[in-house]
Design a protein around this ligand. Structure first.
Ligand code: FMN
Length: 313
């Protein structure tokens, strides 16, 4: 499959492994790139040398292109970009902030960039800043989501109409049906996060994987709605964050509480913070990344043939 997104990524398929902080590291990124998709190493929270090491480790596992994701608001954003340049990364994604802050250096280095945008306004702003494409992410997604809670179904066609650069869809895609649906909406590629949490290569604890396998359509909720909204599996931790917020806690207090939870409740599914999207409810088995991509590609081919002619009168 060839289009403007595969051209930017240099991958066989326009499918991106959504960056997941401290989860999508060398092993997952390389497995994704070996499967024909585009593997991303999450730079969020990583110091320079560990990030460099992850990139080098991934390179030992695959010859195919892979990239890194840089959340712009993080203090290590500029440093992570320098590492990407030094290590010869050709495509990156940026998120959570103004892509314009990094764009001059990105362009000087000849790197391609896709920026994540949860609204039409933010997608247009990223286009004006000079990014090569946008990843429009709906509120169904796992992890941090936009404050305005615009859904993927409504966001994608509006972003596609508003920008000239290619659009990747993220948020709520878990199988070939989701891919074909957003393709019909005008997206030239997809990014998935939650579905990759239940792959063999994913390093999250087994309790996290099992909680996703057991999840239903309504098993997630958004915590920290007024601060930095985060969609995660509903449990005591998320309910406690909601309660803190209702009582007026600010983002710093919430962050401190989350850090405390992380250290005190390792592997306790009631109190671990487990970011996941609404598509967790669709996910019923653990597969390898290779198998997942194979099913996505075969399924999308089959579905598009089945759909041909459905709308003739
Ligand atoms: C556990 C987890 C961690 C995430 N960490 C990041 C991150 O560090 N940077 C980022 O841009 N997006 C992050 N995301 C968002 C994903 O990259 C992706 O856009 C999102 O999961 C897509 O929606 P889906 O979960 O419905 O597939 C994270 C998502 C999850 C579930």
């Amino acid at each position: 499959m060839k289009n403007r997104i595969t051209e930017i990524l240099g991958s066989q398929y326009p499918i991106i492994l959504g960056a997941m902080r401290f989860i999508t590291l060398a092993k997952m990124a390389a497995a994704m790139s070996n499967a024909g998709g585009f593997g991303l190493i999450a730079a969020s929270g990583m110091k320079a040398e560990p990030l460099r090491k992850q990139i080098r480790n991934a390179r030992e596992l695959t010859d195919n292109p892979l990239g890194i994701n840089i959340p712009v608001y993080r203090p290590n954003a500029f440093e992570a970009l320098e590492i990407a340049i030094e290590e010869g990364i050709k495509t990156i994604t940026t998120s959570a902030g103004d892509a314009g802050k990094l764009i001059k250096r990105i362009k000087e280095a000849g790197i391609k960039v896709l920026h994540m945008a949860p609204t039409v306004e933010m997608a247009k702003k990223a286009e004006d800043a000079g990014v090569d494409g946008v990843i429009a992410v709906g509120t169904e997604a796992g992890g941090h989501v936009g404050r305005d809670e615009v859904s993927t179904l409504t966001l994608i066609p509006q972003v596609v109409d508003a920008v000239r650069i290619p659009v990747v869809a993220a948020g709520g895609i878990g199988d070939a049906r989701g891919w074909v649906a957003v393709h019909a909406l005008g997206a030239e590629g997809i990014q998935m996060g939650t579905r990759f949490l239940v792959t063999e290569e994913c390093p999250v604890p087994e309790v996290y994987k099992q909680a996703i396998l057991a999840a239903r359509d309504n098993s997630t909720m958004i915590a920290a709605r007024k601060g930095f909204p985060l969609r995660a599996l509903k449990n005591k931790a998320v309910m406690a964050i909601r309660e803190m917020e209702e009582k007026g806690a600010n983002q710093e207090e919430i962050n401190a509480f989350v850090d405390k939870l992380g250290s005190e409740h390792k592997n306790d599914p009631d109190y671990m913070l487990m970011p996941a999207g609404q598509i967790a409810g669709l996910t019923k088995e653990i597969t390898t990344i290779e198998e997942l991509i194979k099913r996505m590609v075969e399924g999308a081919n089959r579905l598009s043939l089945e759909l041909a002619g459905d709308f003739e009168s």
